[in-house]
Design a protein around this ligand. Structure first.
Ligand SMILES: [Zn+2]
Length: 406
């Protein structure tokens, strides 16, 4: 996945022999990335945050304003000090946007997300059981056309990305393997041929990028984002970079075998972590019917209010959650673990159980007590926000390359 996860907002130290033009490109990217991630920032603040001198920041901000990526305005005076106020540099959220799309297990979502991460418009529709991811692209393209009909002519789309869940629901309601593949890539290229490139990524990876950039793991460069739903998968970021694997399919932690005597998994194996901590496991332990709509949320609510069967079910899943997490912590040595989807509530209700397992099973060298376990901060929008981050990547790496008219 083409994202450099280095410390967001930091200027890049020029490589030995880098040309002035290359240095300027990197510094333009650093200024734009800073205001994209942190919002309106004064020139004075940019000067101290990015370690560049005032005149350089002034010139960079001026260049970004000229091409229509930022505005510069005098900050409202607080009335405390006289003197010339520092201009405030703001991303032009309403003008420059990306198409952020998600193919989730049971729904499809499309958003326009502006520079700065603001959701400008959002559409969604159900994804019926049996709808292939390839067919879902046509439905997403229709949502995008519907949104873009209303967009004013001077708005500029600089790219797009689709977050694709690695599970899909078959017509019989069972979960099957899905995720980005070549056929899906070809369909996305065909459906969005008229605009800037639309890239694909795994949904958990992309949600992990979002939590890294703007959510519960902001400032943490070694993290595991763990998402629970019908399936369980992870977005893993090490040293600020997303781990994607040789074919782009790393992070399938739901199929880590934790219980060889456990239940068969839909992947063909037995005792996968997913069979112990996925939504189906929670419902099974709670004695609820798996097909009932809203059943997972109902069990989680009941557990919070102390209903004994639901509480026991959540605690059982929390125990297995801690078991698998201890293994991941031993392998990856993360600074932060972010829990999303159904695992967010499982962890909230069963923190003590999870921590006990980590104390018991994680190596002391991994410092399990220091690992921050955090609830996902971006909720159901994480996939869209992360897709926008991915789609903005080229603009942020080289702000003048994208051809935004001034
Ligand atoms: Zn499996």
């Amino acid at each position: 996945m083409p994202r450099d996860g280095r410390d967001p907002g930091s200027p890049t130290a020029p490589a030995l022999g880098a040309s002035q033009e290359e240095t300027r490109r990197q510094n333009l990217g650093a200024v734009l990335r800073h205001v994209h991630l942190h919002g309106p920032t004064s020139r004075a603040e940019l000067t101290s945050r990015l370690g560049l001198n005032r005149s350089t920041i002034g010139a960079l901000a001026g260049d970004l304003a000229t091409v229509g990526l930022v505005t510069e305005e005098a900050a409202p005076t607080a009335g405390r000090r006289a003197g010339r106020p520092s201009l405030v540099v703001s991303p032009r959220s309403g003008r420059v946007y990306t198409k952020a799309l998600s193919i989730e297990v049971d729904r499809l979502r499309a958003a326009r997300i502006g520079l700065g991460g603001r959701i400008l418009d959002l559409r969604q529709t159900d994804r019926p059981p049996g709808m292939s991811a390839v067919d879902a692209v046509g439905a997403l393209a229709a949502l995008v056309r519907d949104m873009e009909r209303l967009v004013e002519a001077d708005r500029v789309c600089v790219g797009g990305a689709v977050a694709v869940a690695d599970s899909t629901r078959a017509p019989d309601g069972r979960i099957r393997i899905g995720g980005p593949d070549d056929a899906l890539r070809a369909e996305v290229a065909a459906q969005f041929a008229d605009g800037p490139a639309v890239v694909l990524g795994d949904l958990a990876d992309i949600a992990g990028l979002a939590e890294h950039a703007r959510g519960a793991a902001a400032g943490s460069d070694d993290l595991v984002y763990l998402h629970g739903g019908p399936g369980v998968s992870a977005g893993i970021i090490v040293g600020g970079r997303l781990v994607v694997g040789h074919r782009g399919h790393s992070g399938k932690v739901g199929h880590m075998v934790v219980n060889p005597d456990g239940l068969p998994c839909w992947c063909g194996s037995r005792g996968c972590w997913e069979t112990e901590i996925g939504e189906a496991a929670l419902l099974r332990h709670a004695g609820r019917h798996a097909d009932a709509p809203g059943a997972v949320a109902e069990v989680l609510r009941a557990a919070v209010s102390g209903e004994p069967t639901a509480s026991a079910a959540v605690d059982h899943v929390a125990d297995w959650l801690g078991f698998g997490l201890a293994n991941l912590i031993n392998v990856i040595n993360p600074h932060t673990v972010v829990l999303g989807g159904s695992l967010r509530a499982v962890h909230a209700a069963g923190t003590g159980t999870v921590r006990r397992r980590l104390d018991e099973l994680a190596l002391p060298t991994s410092a399990p007590r220091q690992v921050r376990l955090r609830p996902a901060a971006l909720g159901r929008d994480a996939a869209l926000i992360g897709a926008a981050e991915l789609a903005f990547d080229q603009l942020l790496a080289d702000p003048l390359s994208v051809g935004v008219p001034g």
